[in-house]
Design a protein around this ligand. Structure first.
Ligand code: NI
Length: 168
């Protein structure tokens, strides 16, 4: 296992649409393990492959923070196939340190994905898991949560974002 470097706002890797995973092999399983370890070390609740500069449609979620008996879980090629309701919740991102903003998103979703064994799964969820998965799936499309706040709020963050992008 190894920690991976988390790339920050301004890194082009965060803006690329991730490639579909077409084979779950040892390299991919290793990447998942590394991502879980990296997420835990950073005390994150979710991490998407583009955040460790891997253009693959894959994210991991620290389900243990949501339900203490649950293990971290990989979602491979995840897609939202149904969404309901709307709710505003504060979000942050390991790639955008020290920035937290309210973001409006659907409240409950249904996600289709492959698990680490390559089995297709469908999961309906709400609450924290729905929020994290939507945030991570955005990453796979090159979208960041600060893209989803009002332009006025984003304007107020410009200085901070620029500092992150320039390594400040
Ligand atoms: Ni994020």
């Amino acid at each position: 296992m190894a920690l991976r470097e988390i790339v920050l706002y301004g890194n082009p890797a965060l803006r690329i649409k991730a490639r579909t995973v077409d084979e779950i092999d040892d390299d991919l399983r290793q990447l998942v393990q590394d991502m879980v370890e990296t997420m835990d070390a950073a005390e994150g609740i979710g991490l998407a492959a583009p955040q460790v500069a891997e253009s693959l449609a894959l994210c991991v979620v620290n389900n243990g923070l949501i339900d203490e008996d649950a293990e971290p879980q990989a979602y491979i090629n995840p897609e939202i196939i149904h969404a309901d309701g709307e709710i505003e919740v504060e979000e942050g991102c390991l790639s955008i340190p020290d920035v937290r903003e309210d973001v409006r998103r659907p409240e409950t979703i249904k996600v289709r994905y492959l698990d680490i064994d390559g089995k297709q799964q469908e999961e309906e969820c709400g609450g924290m898991l729905a929020r994290v998965l939507q945030h991570e799936i955005d990453h796979l499309n090159g979208v960041l949560f600060v893209d989803r706040i009002s332009s006025i709020k984003r304007q107020l963050l410009q200085k901070r974002l620029k500092l992150i992008a320039t390594g400040g």
